[in-house]
Design a protein around this ligand. Sequence first.
Ligand SMILES: Cc1cc2nc3c(=O)[nH]c(=O)nc-3n(C[C@H](O)[C@H](O)[C@H](O)COP(=O)(O)OP(=O)(O)OC[C@H]3O[C@@H](n4cnc5c(N)ncnc54)[C@H](O)[C@@H]3O)c2cc1C
Length: 291
Amino acid sequence: MRLSHFEYRVPKTLEEAIELLESGGPDARLMAGGTDLLMKMKHGAIKPKLVISLKKIDGLDTIAFSEKTGLTIGATALLADVASHPDIIKHYPAVAEAARGTANVQVRNMGTVVGNLCNASPAADNAPTLLAMGTTVHIQGAGGKRDLPLEQFFKGPGLTALKGAEIVTALTVPLPPLNAGAAYLSLSARGKLDCTAVGVAAMVTMKKDVCDDLRLFIAACGPTPLRAPGAEEIMRGKTPADDLLERAGEQAAGEASPINDLRASADYRTRVVAVLTSRVIKEASKRALKR
Ligand SMILES: Cc1cc2nc3c(=O)[nH]c(=O)nc-3n(C[C@H](O)[C@H](O)[C@H](O)COP(=O)(O)OP(=O)(O)OC[C@H]3O[C@@H](n4cnc5c(N)ncnc54)[C@H](O)[C@@H]3O)c2cc1C
């Protein structure tokens, strides 16, 4: 399929990008790696008249870590760079694993973590882990800057909390508490060239052998990535023994609202949520005890 005609602009500053986005209105689209955007344009799902690349804006590709401020992932930081960054592998292994598990090497070398979130697919592989770890989204627009918890960012399939001419400039992920561990597990029907049919991420904070806190998020089982508060509650204050993990899994399956589509049936997804939830909590608890 051929792309329809569009103007392509490559601003050098964020201010210029915001101006272009404002002047283009609903006919303008931002592009980071373009791995989602160009596919939608090729299939005729969207026909923007103006495409604004973020790639040449200085500093947007930052990946930075400090004990005080945590991890910063800039808007154009590549999935491949997040997956292989030594500080991310050391302090946020689940974030690196989610990025490494996204798509294939070609897509990871073009696509970004921020683009994965802004595309707002319920199946976005990087969303559950970043949600579990309490990520903040940094946004800049014509009206100035604002920060938003990632939990308030997703509004529906393809819909985010971004308004008008706003750009996500970066994410920050706080340093996990002491004795916390996170993990992400996903399943897709045909390996990594297919979208995730179910993904589950957990961040567990342990006090000795007891689960002091749990944050649990599920991908591809609702219009946005979902939190499973009932399953979290089952685990809090208890030792993650196998029977309890199984109960938490069943509870999470009840909290998911999957649909039937070409990737999996709702019934299959529900069963997979139960299995992945108990496995991912177990893995995150193990990691917490090792820190
Ligand atoms: C073959 C293939 C396999 C794939 N496999 C997977 C997979 O396994 N898991 C998965 O989760 N995804 C997968 N994807 C989807 C895609 O590659 C990812 O979502 C990728 O991370 C998107 O990043 P990008 O930089 O290319 O985004 P782009 O395509 O550039 O942008 C995506 C959307 O976000 C908007 N946007 C981008 N940056 C910003 C910003 N800073 N502020 C505001 N809006 C912004 C764009 O306007 C666009 O609407 C796959 C895609 C392909 C083609």
